[in-house]
Every structure is written in structure tokens, then in C-alpha cells.
Design a protein around this ligand. Structure first.
Ligand SMILES: [Zn+2]
Length: 225
């Protein structure tokens, strides 16, 4: 199976664009009937939801603030139910000890496989790379139900003069904007050139600061549910 990957973050030579290639593992996710036990693992922040349209799958240690920020912005921007699963350990197969990074596709594949949503976002604080890209903040399989958001580098390049509260606010703002981007790929959204749109490219953390926390009109009408 070929996955079309949309991502944000840096890359070799700073080149950005769509990356084509195989999804790690190459298998389709198991049908819903084959994984009924996963529903029991799901806690939701919307009490009536059993099978959320978007499920957040924390991998490793993820801050409560990052998790809550992602839930709130995804609910608001995509007008959908969002659930959060119990945290899961990071996949050993995805770790590259020489790089001290995890392979983004492994985490996308894990979220897609274990997540109970029709769209599943892996949320993690570990640093990610994607194929030839030295690092990425997000990666999404736009023809599937998995994506990943790493908060690792979103703490970088914040004005030293800001106090702890303002520094935290910048970080949380970046998490929200990149959550929009990561989930947008699963709603069929592509890289957007509209100024300030969260579906735009962001090679560095400060590029994220220039984004808004709302999709542009073009992206809003392009959402595929
Ligand atoms: Zn847009």
C-alpha cells in the first residue's frame, strides 16, 4: 500500500514537498470488527462518545497541556468528536539509536493500527524524522487514518525574554496549530499556500508562530468527511 505523506518540519537542504512512498508495514489496518477490545481502552473528553471520529493516541510521556490543547482545537476546527486513549509505550522498532530519533511512519502506523477512531493521531514528545527529512513536527497518511504530532521541537526558538507563562503559551499555541495540520491530512487537506493557514509549510518552529489557529476558507471547503 502506498501512503501519501504530508508533513511539517525541516528537511535535508530545507527542501519541502510531498513525499511519496510505502507506509511502514504495508498492511491495511484491521477492520473494526477485529479489534473490539480497543474501545474499552478509550477514555473520552466528550462523555457520550464511544467511537470518536478522531482519537488521540499518546505515545510515551505527553504533557496534559499538550493533550488538552490538541483535543480542544481539533474539536473546534473540524467540528468532530475527539477521544483520547490510554498512553501507550513508544514502538521499539521505530527508534534509531544513532539519530536518537523515532521514525515518524512507525508512529503513524501504530496510531492507525491501535487507535479506535476513524482518524487516529499519535501524540508524542519524542523527536521524529521522516525518510530523508532530518526532523518533522507532523506527518500524516492522507489516504489513511493515521498521523503523528511531535511536540519535541515546538519548545525551541522562543524569545528568551518571555516569562515562563508566555513561553508556555507560545508552546501550547504551536501544539494547537500543528494538531490542526496533522489532523488535516487525514481529512484530505493538502499543503496550503494561503498566508497564515495552519495547513501551510513550517520548516522551523517560528514559522508555526505565523500561522493562525483557523483553517483558511479554501481548506475549510476542502475537508473530506
Ligand atoms: Zn488553507
Amino acid at each position: 500500500m502506498v501512503g501519501v505523506y504530508e508533513f511539517t518540519g525541516g528537511g535535508r537542504d530545507g527542501v519541502l514537498g510531498r513525499v511519496l512512498g510505502a507506509l511502514t508495514g504495508g498492511e491495511s489496518p484491521a477492520p473494526e470488527t477485529a479489534r473490539p477490545d480497543r474501545r474499552a481502552e478509550t477514555t473520552t473528553e466528550n462523555s457520550r462518545v464511544r467511537e470518536p471520529q478522531v482519537a488521540i493516541v499518546p505515545l510515551g510521556d505527553v504533557s496534559t497541556r499538550a493533550r488538552r490543547g490538541a483535543v480542544e482545537v481539533i474539536q473546534a476546527v473540524y467540528d468532530c468528536d475527539v477521544g483520547v486513549t490510554e498512553p501507550r509505550p513508544l514502538p521499539e522498532d521505530g527508534y534509531d539509536p544513532e539519530r536518537d530519533q523515532y521514525e515518524a511512519e512507525e508512529l503513524v502506523h501504530l496510531a492507525w493500527t491501535v487507535g479506535p477512531g476513524s482518524k487516529n493521531l499519535a501524540l508524542t514528545d519524542v523527536d521524529l524524522y521522516l525518510r530523508q527529512r532530518n526532523y518533522v513536527f507532523t506527518a500524516s497518511a492522507s489516504d489513511g487514518g493515521g498521523s503523528v504530532l511531535s511536540t519535541n521541537r515546538l519548545r525551541e526558538d522562543i524569545d528568551d525574554d518571555l516569562g515562563p507563562g508566555a513561553t508556555r503559551a507560545v508552546f501550547e499555541d504551536r501544539v494547537r496549530k500543528e494538531a490542526i495540520h496533522a489532523v488535516g491530512g487525514m481529512f484530505g487537506l493538502d499543503r496550503c499556500k494561503t498566508d497564515g493557514c495552519p495547513m501551510g509549510a513550517a520548516p522551523t518552529p517560528t514559522d508555526i508562530d505565523r500561522k493562525r489557529t483557523l483553517l483558511c476558507g479554501t481548506c475549510r471547503t476542502a475537508i473530506v468527511r
